[in-house]
Design a protein around this ligand. Sequence first.
Ligand code: CA
Length: 687
Amino acid sequence: MKRKGRMMTGMLAAAMLFACAAPANTPQTEAPQTNPDEITAPLTGEGAEEHASEPLHYVPAPKIEGSSLYVKKVENMPDDFILGMDASSVNAEEQSGVRYRNFAGEEQDVFLTLAESGVNTVRVRVWNHPYDADGNGYGGGNNDIDKAVEIGKRVTQYGMKLLVDFHLSDFWADPGKQMVPLAWKDMKIEEKTEAVYQFVKESLEKLRDAGVDVGMVQIGNETNGALCGEKIWFNIQYLMGAGSKAVREVYPSALVALHFANPEKAGSYAGYAKKLAYYNLDYDVFASSYYPFWHGTLENLAAVLSEIAETYGKKVMVMETSYAFTTEDTDFSGNTIGEGGGIVKSYPFTVQGQANEVRDVIDTVVNHTTNGIGVVYWEGTWITVGGSSWEENHELWEKYGSGWASSYAAVYDPNDAGKYYGGSAVDNQAMFDRYGKPLESLRVFNLSRYGNEVELLPDAVEDVNLYVDLNGRIELPETVNAVMTDDSKQPVPVQWNVTEADYEKMYAGGVATYDITGDAGGLEAHCYVNMIEYNFLENYSFESGEEAPWQVTDNAKADELYVERKVTDSKTGEYHYHFWSAAANSVDFVLTQPVENLPAGTYKFTISIMGDDGGDTDIYAFAIVDGAEVGRAPLKLSGYNNWNTATVQEIVVGEGQTVTVGIAVRCSGAGSGAWGKIDDALLNSVS
Ligand code: CA
């Protein structure tokens, strides 16, 4: 902070003035659960200014040459910008038989591979005691402090810093749960505050004694208004303050971070930061998770973090982000993101899409966020343990804790881990493939700094959906829309794998859908050919927004009778035909469309309606051929968005005859306030 100079000091002074006006021990918004006078405040208020942290002293490696990854340069990236990887599960993975490799496919220490790829910080979570009474691990890497020491030594060996993530729980802590460690279960807040201080202190001393280079310590994980079983800020701040104090004592040059999630929740971060300032909490970094599937836009992320940086003089960063490189699951334990959606913006689920997401997050924090100091990727090393079945993997997950939770976790977290224990839900978001070989996307950490604007190639292609009337012509498109390696979209030429015999089959097959594959710049393209019945009506779904060529005869002067645009009230599309009248007996109209020059044959007419309050209704679809009604099908109103559909069958039309199809609607009796919507009229040939 000293490096940032005068402006920051002013900010701090302002924050301290505020703190003086509202002392930490007299909260105004939350009732203390315990007498504050009995608690020794972990902070005296001199705070962060006294504990200015050292810069990383990180000398970036030269650019990796020859990568096929497209990376747009992130301008202005400071040398000491934190490019982090959470690798908490590495030990459990290795014990389970995972062998990590280098880019050449040879076995190599995964931490060396990370360092070679531009990662300068490794994050590791620490749980207090993730084991049952018999010593069986809860899973998720069984990450206690001893695991952190082992990982920390390897991280330090390769010149990276360790970022320690204290959950202050025996297992996963996130916005959904912040469970107190079993050993602290019955503690009052004073005792718990002391326990946090001792635990963080002793844990960090273990790391220090092992010579681990700790660059940052976070007190709590995604602490959205809860920590260690405490749910009011008055208590939470004591715990955070105790942890912070321990960090200052053991690693005075390390940054103290607090970590939150859900930047998309308007005002939430500003609210947390205000609380922290009110209690004059001693911390350096306000960190956020950013999962693009859930956490809003990057613009919003930058705005909410910048507001805190500018108001309170804090550093800010992204503590967790990730993206899927495939929809495939490799460990028989279902993935959070993958098949069935979750795709964000235009990043496809590809190695390049994953890299683009990370690059854009880095760019946002470097160039669009005030005091942005880093981005950490979450669990890029958590891949399948390699078994060929769920059972085989389950044995390893249970034994070594390499899945997200083992069955043993039930004693601590019966409702979640105890029920849904299993493997990795993020193996498709790792930056290593199932064999432990790094994906090219891992090099985004090195290449963001320099840029690697190689030749643009198509990275993913959009499926095409073609609708062809049974009496129409199938014309496959000559191009398909591709997402390019730089995340732009453009059409690329496509060669479809289709023969004359395929066309004949599609023309002869009636109503059906066919999947035609093709080659678009080396990528597989799909064109779904949907053979549909020909509709002889125009403006059949009112999507032109006009009434024509429909004709309406309003027999009783309804108050409202028109084509309406309202997606939620349409059966399909955005428009439908709307009616309403306040007075009884004033809904009485006929909506028709005449069709000339129909080929001779047999037809059917279908139309749909919904609505209510019609009283005694007389509603029906009908067809008239050369002035004579040939068929009628009844309809009714049965409530909002409860569509009723009727079909007039067997409309026989001879050469040169004119057909008129339509719907008659009459609401009488108690039909005051009758209303409804009409949509999707179809006149199809049946022979
Ligand atoms: Ca999985």
